[in-house]
Design a protein around this ligand. Structure first.
Ligand code: CA
Length: 756
């Protein structure tokens, strides 16, 4: 059940503290999975496909798996394209989600540097009024800091003192959470002239007066009867607000749109996959794409939603954006008979004035692994074959680092950036097309396949950064697999379902403790400094688990990153040596940013554990470290002396479920249903990560009547848990309850055995 309660759920068993700072590790010197070592220079293919999911014991590793040079602008009125372009050399402000249109997240500020970062301390902090995952990068203009929080709320602060200037709550109905895979998150605002723009979870684009926070105009960007949501930050390009949406797991057709920044009038919309051919195509790009689909794909939407990356190059006058996975994941259901399914899992270049298609590069043709290509796209100039070349740098979910010619989309090079890639053996050196491991096509073979990377991706939305000084890209990477298994024949989409056409029972973590230990050991995270010219790691720092924070690179030879384990760190950009660390009491997934006021440099980051890794990965969710959310904006400077209040204690609650009474077959059927409807919010195998209710502990499982009141009656709709009566029958609800009771009793037995 996708209850995503906004009430605090801090009753998590056992706080983990990781006081030992991760040591820099030579590139790929040590990884812990001896049995699945890659061949040199190549991804390891076919290593795991011969083993069953159960035998390897790998469960649901992860579900789904953004002034001029002369000084400060006098007000937000001076934020325009020229200002953002010049911002390249001006570190005083941070004017756009990725700081500049090229989204390098590199600041030329160097007052804080590798010689004095050890004296960095808290300048001020602000507690936020939500306790869900915080993913936003703040924007700073003229001494004002604008930030979004979970539930698409916006706050403006005095960037020097932390005084709250105004706040805005779009009052997103909490039941919208039913349409989301990955928490009520938002990644930030855009600022242009005298307005601040936010895209809300329920699909509205809202322009606010930058001085007061009052609504100037708003538009609905999605059909309210659809399942689209928005989590991404808008970008302003040539006076247009550019925004996409999410929803590829919920029967959606992807698109990206432009709205006039002054009036909110829609200027253009570019769809990413073709619609029903009988209704005609919107443009030639859709007509061409339709040749790569089979069956009646439009009935299931097609996916390829534009939920994060949008970059721009003013010389080429091209917008670059990434598209998500094709939907549903299961290709045999989506496009029976084959095809590449354009423009899913692709980078697409379009014209900002018209939305006209220019070129595309598809990273994962015929995707069936939720391999979104939506991760941040960096525009940079690199020496390629001895010539300065404008390139796009991309580290998508699929595990390969791509360098593309920005003008043409031509593939220049690509190598795996994490040690293990099992779904493909490498990329064609000329075309960049992956050589897919045949066993990875689980929907065709009929056999489950464990892919590394999995649906959480080798890199997801957590922004990477690029330092022109070191020439390195700093990637927050994940190493975690996922067991893919096709849904039984005859699968049909459901209105409230997580419509991936996967087998929810087969993809769940088994109860066996050894299997869990193996899955935990195999899931980790790292900070990788990647040389995009040599296509190899320069250095690498291991983290405790996956889903760590985005990165910031600065001219002070520094890289900043927060971790899921609850620390905020600075590393030497050239060597990876850790130079500073500070505990922040909660997991950090957002990316830091930096700005300067009165000659003093500040570094800001949003803290607040959550997102998909917390809510959906079950027993793996607390592997990374933090199992609680304390949502705060943290701002540091040299010599800062502010202190955080002591964190509230975590309570350990023993399991106390009712006894198992249902026959095993009923609980097994309930397990499949749980995987399909519930696990995406309440955790794989009914183990919740800390943000959403852990149903093993819920009193609602004690009686069939109470359980049905929640699942079918929707009594907790105000907290996001809507009624599933359209999808789930009373008998099915009882099967799900039986499964949760079985799982709770299995884990209670483990607790009692461990206590002996
Ligand atoms: Ca996806």
């Amino acid at each position: 059940m996708r209850t995503c309660s906004s009430s605090s759920i801090i009753e998590c068993a056992g706080e983990r503290r990781f006081g030992v700072a991760p040591k820099p590790v030579a590139p790929y010197a040590r990884h812990r999975r001896e049995s699945v070592k890659p061949k040199s220079g190549q991804a390891a293919a076919g290593v795991e496909h011969t083993m069953s999911i159960r035998k390897l014991g790998l469960g649901l590793f992860a579900v789904l798996a953004l002034a001029g040079c002369q000084g400060r602008p006098s007000s937000t009125k001076s934020v325009d394209d020229a200002a953002i372009t010049r911002a390249d050399k001006d570190g005083v402000n941070w004017l756009s989600y990725g700081r500049t249109h090229d989204e390098q997240r590199f600041s030329p500020l160097d007052k804080v540097n590798d010689t004095n970062v050890g004296r960095l301390g808290l300048a001020w902090y602000a507690d936020l009024d939500t306790n869900r995952g915080q993913e936003a990068t703040p924007i700073e203009v003229d001494g004002k800091l604008y930030v979004t929080t979970a539930w698409s709320m916006v706050k403006a602060f005095d960037a020097k003192t932390g005084a709250l200037l105004w706040s805005y709550d779009p009052q997103v109905p909490r039941e919208v959470l039913i349409k989301t895979c990955c928490d009520a998150v938002n990644r930030g605002v855009a600022v242009w002239h005298d307005k601040v723009y936010v895209a809300t979870l329920d699909g509205r684009l809202v322009a606010l007066d930058a001085a007061t926070g009052k609504v100037a105009w708003w538009k609905t960007t999605v059909d309210p009867s659809s399942k689209y949501v928005i989590t991404g930050a808008p970008r302003i390009i040539k006076g247009k607000v550019i925004i996409g949406s999410a929803g590829a797991e919920y029967i959606a057709r992807g698109f990206i749109s432009a709205y006039d920044a002054d009036t909110g009038k829609q200027i253009w919309r570019f769809y990413t996959v073709p619609g029903d051919p009988s209704k005609g195509f919107e443009n030639k790009a859709m007509e061409a794409a339709a040749k790569t689909w089979k069956g009646e794909w439009w009935k299931l939407g097609g996916g390829a939603t534009v939920w994060d990356a949008i970059s721009y190059d003013s010389d080429l006058d091209l917008i670059f954006f990434g598209t998500g996975n094709a939907g549903p994941w299961n290709k045999s259901v989506r496009s029976p008979g084959g095809g590449d399914n354009l423009y899913a899992s692709s980078i697409v270049a379009i014209r900002p004035d018209t939305g006209e298609y220019v070129w595309h590069f598809q990273e994962t043709p015929g995707d069936r692994w939720d391999f979104d290509a939506t991760q941040q796209i960096v525009v940079a100039t690199l020496p390629i074959d001895g010539r300065p070349t404008k390139v796009l740098l991309h580290a998508p979910k699929n595990g390969f680092f791509y360098v593309l010619d920005a003008k043409t989309g031509r593939f220049l090079s690509g190598k795996p950036f994490t040690p293990i890639v099992t779904w493909a053996t490498g990329l064609d050196p000329v075309t960049g097309r992956p050589n897919v491991n045949p066993a990875a096509n689980y929907d065709e073979t009929g056999k489950p396949f464990i892919s590394v990377p999995g649906a959480v991706g080798a890199h997801s939305w957590q922004p990477m950064s690029f330092s022109p000084k070191t020439g390195l890209v700093y990637i927050p990477a994940n190493e975690a697999g996922f067991p893919y298994a096709a849904a039984p024949k005859g699968w049909q989409p459901k209105p409230e379902g997580f419509n991936t056409a996967m087998d929810g029972g087969l993809t769940a973590m088994p109860a066996d403790p050894k299997a869990r230990a193996a899955a935990l050991a195999a899931s980790t995270g790292s900070l990788i400094a990647w040389d995009p010219v040599k296509q190899k790691a320069a250095w690498r720092v291991m983290h405790v688990g996956p889903s760590n924070g985005g990165t910031l690179a600065t001219a002070g030879n520094l890289v900043f990153q927060g971790t899921a384990a609850g620390d905020f760190n600075a590393y030497a950009a050239d060597s990876g040596k850790q130079l500073w660390t500070i505990p922040v009491q909660t997991g950090v997934i957002a990316a830091p940013m930096t700005y300067s006021i009165d000659g003093e440099q500040y570094v800001a980051v949003l803290a607040g554990w959550g997102g998909v890794w917390d809510i959906a990965t079950g027993v793996l969710a607390d592997k990374s470290g933090s199992t609680r959310n304390i949502s705060r904006l943290l701002v540091y400077k040299i010599g800062g002396v502010a202190k955080l209040p002591a964190p509230p204690p975590l309570k350990a609650m023993p399991l106390d479920p009712p006894p198992v009474t249902a026959p095993p077959a009923v609980a097994a059927a309930g397990g499949e249903l749980f995987g399909r409807y519930c696990a995406v919010c309440h955790g794989d195998a009914a183990v919740a990560g800390g943000l959403n209710p852990d149903l093993r502990h819920s009193g609602m499982i004690n009686t069939a009547d109470n359980f049905k009141k929640v699942v079918l009656g929707g009594v907790f709709k105000g907290q996001g848990m809507v009624s599933f009566a359209n999808d789930i029958s009373p008998a099915d609800a009882e099967s799900i309850r039986a499964y949760i009771i079985k799982r709770a009793n299995e884990d209670k037995a483990l607790e009692m055995a461990a206590a002996k």
